[in-house]
Design a protein around this ligand. Structure first.
Ligand code: GTP
Ligand code: SPV
Ligand code: MN
Length: 588
């Protein structure tokens, strides 16, 4: 009897007509063959074998350099179940429309069958997926980002309990590109893109969009969050999970070199992009990082902003859409102060300033997590790590203070629900436009965002010791457009206060938004920052917040009466605390 996996593979082969099928075992020998095939495709090259052993540069199609949210769909039978913030396609229509794009799509290609495990082996959190793909670059990337091959295949056995994801590069034309999710069937179809979150199906497609629907049914959370441990001078490590939209600082925060290291504060990385969280018997919420690698934004990464990752990516790493030096080393804007001579740009042309930056703004490195010097000794703990605090943060030039703490869980969920951020190069489209992005999940929630907020409210009731919820903003600017806060390793000062507050210590002052650090409560020694800047960083401007209340009202009104009444209640309470009158339509 054929197993469910074999049946699906055969059916897919009949549809896509590959010249060969490879079942990936995840071995080193196999990896060498995949890398060789990747190089044969002509868009990938080995880098300097002395300084970057086992590293490759990959240049994706210039039309295929970021997630394409406008081509990403949730295909639940009812449009309302996808909700107003998702693109929706009827599942029957979706199949009819996209199936032809897979027909014969692998004719001259090898079809790789990649079983993978999201989460550490032996964990109750972990889940199995299988990606079928015709891209050797995707296989090589999946090998870094997830636990692929035997480890997953053996766990799966004859079971049907896996999330199938079918991926083909197609012809890479955005006109024929679709990233489809069928939450009811727990199925993913992706065609026409070879890039990141569009093509590495274990990442956003499974671990967020499909997993969020599983989590809702099963009583847990699948979140776009980094997870770090802050070690304090007494040796105790407290874990913080943080949701920030794409390219808003998760990786840099999770891997920071603490500015307070001499005082005994150190950061350990558990994950940089995705967290799966479950209530634990000990009464807290525990988190794992389902991934095994980091797919991080390269530009801006340097020995001051993220020395840990620079050290990690000197071997066994992939670089996508970065520039290259004559020594065949990867290069990107912000790596070092001086631009080297004779660079090759991300498109493979000799770099000239008229053509823009040498590295694409969304150029990325793909590096095994275990290579990071800051990796937490508990990062693969099957039980996960207990979370003391959540932080929500966006990229906001104005409005949001450096840090504030919610009054309680319900208010904290409201703070997450009202997150907003300026758009970045991680997704195609305009950059720098402020958009509402609840819990940094706008592009990643696999179901109606109103139901998602309800799920968050419910989960809180079921955890005896829920994490405290905070909001941060590293990106506030002064009137001249300069960042007020130095960011990066200095962010540890804020984390220190967060942990103190989570433990019931730390001085705070109440504002209409919640608690902000009291004067002197943030450790600022060794930091050159003017008291005026600190004041500006923590300022709550009633005009800005009046506008904010209007904007959130408009956003929430889209959900009609599906919006949890608690959210409307918090909106009303905030307006009252600010002395303003704005109320949601849904409020009776
Ligand atoms: P995704 O991988 O897209 O989910 O992004 P991310 O949230 O992990 O963002 P990442 O840490 O890669 O940061 C993205 C950009 O923000 C980089 O260009 C960083 O240099 C910049 N950045 C990160 N942290 C800070 C900070 O504290 N202050 C400032 N000013 N910039 C930051
Ligand atoms: C993001 O855009 O949030 C990423 C990169 O982490 S991608 O994998 O392309 O989604
Ligand atoms: Mn991300």
């Amino acid at each position: 009897m054929a197993t469910p996996l074999q049946c699906w593979v055969e059916e897919t082969a009949r549809l896509t007509r590959p010249k060969k099928i490879v079942f990936c075992d995840g071995s080193d020998e196999e990896n060498e063959r995949v890398l060789a095939e990747m190089v044969r495709w002509g868009r990938s090259f080995p880098l300097n074998p002395q300084t970057y052993p086992h590293c490759y540069l990959h240049r994706s199609d210039p039309r295929d350099v970021a997630r394409t949210e406008q081509l990403t769909f949730i295909c639940s039978p009812r449009k309302d179940d996808a909700g107003p913030t998702n693109n929706w396609m009827d599942p029957v229509e979706a199949r009819k429309k996209v199936r032809p794009l897979f027909q014969g799509a692998m004719r001259d290609r090898t079809m790789y069958v990649v079983p993978y495990l999201m989460g550490p082996p032996g964990s109750r959190f972990s889940r199995i997926g299988v990606e079928i793909t015709d891209s050797p670059y995707v296989v090589a990337s999946m090998r870094i980002m997830a636990r692929i091959g035997k480890v997953a295949g053996e766990l799966l056995g004859d079971s049907a309990d896996f999330v199938p994801g079918l991926h083909s590069l197609g012809d890479l034309d955005p006109e024929r590109r679709f990233i489809l999710h069928f939450p009811e069937e727990r199925l993913i179809w992706s065609v026409g893109s070879g890039y990141g979150g569009n093509a590495l199906l274990g990442k956003k497609c499974f671990s967020l969009r499909i997993a969020s629907t599983m989590a809702r049914q099963e009583g847990w959370l699948a979140e776009h969050m980094m997870v770090l441990g802050l070690e304090c001078p007494d040796g105790k490590v407290s874990y913080i999970a943080g949701a920030f939209p794409s390219a808003c600082g998760k990786t840099n925060l999770a891997m920071m070199v603490s500015a307070l290291e001499k005082q005994g504060y150190r950061v350990w990385t558990v994950g940089d992009d995705i967290a799966w969280l479950k209530p634990d018997e000990d009464g807290t919420l525990h988190a794992i990082n389902p991934e095994a690698g980091f797919f991080g934004v390269a530009p801006g990464t340097n020995r001051f902003t993220n020395a840990n990752v620079l050290q990690a990516l000197r071997r066994n790493s992939l670089f996508t859409n970065v520039g290259m030096t004559p020594q065949r080393e990867p290069w990107w804007e912000g790596l070092d102060e001086k631009q080297p001579a004779d660079l090759t740009d991300w498109k493979g042309q000799p770099w000239v300033s008229a053509n823009g930056p040498a590295a694409h703004p969304n150029a990325r490195y793909t590096v095994p997590a275990r290579q990071a010097p800051c990796i937490s000794p508990n990062w693969e703990d099957p039980a996960g790590v207990p979370i003391s605090a959540f932080i929500f943060g966006g990229r906001r030039a104005r409005v949001a203070p450096l840090v504030y703490e919610s009054l309680d869980w319900q208010h904290g969920v409201f703070i997450g629900a009202t997150m907003a951020s300026e758009t970045t190069a991680a997704a195609s489209g305009k950059i720098g436009v402020t958009r509402r992005d609840p819990m940094a999940m706008l592009p990643f929630c696999g179901y109606n965002m109103a139901d998602y907020l309800r799920h968050w409210l419910e989960i809180g009731k079921r955890i005896p010791k829920p994490p405290k919820i905070f909001h941060v903003n590293w990106f506030r600017r002064d009137v001249n457009g300069r960042f007020l806060w130095p960011g990066y390793g200095e962010n540890v000062r804020v984390l220190k206060w967060v942990v103190e507050r989570a433990e019931g210590r730390g001085d705070a002052q109440e504002t209409p938004l919640g608690f902000v650090p009291a004067k002197g409560a943030l450790t600022l020694e060794g930091l050159q920052i003017k008291p005026r800047a600190m004041k500006e960083l923590l300022d709550v401007d009633p005009d800005d917040w009046g506008y904010e209340l209007e904007d959130t009202k408009e956003f929430f009104d889209e959900f009609g009466d599906r919006l949890p009444p608690e959210i409307a209640e918090e909106h009303r309470k905030l307006a009252r605390r600010l002395g303003l009158t704005v109320s949601l339509r849904t409020v009776p």
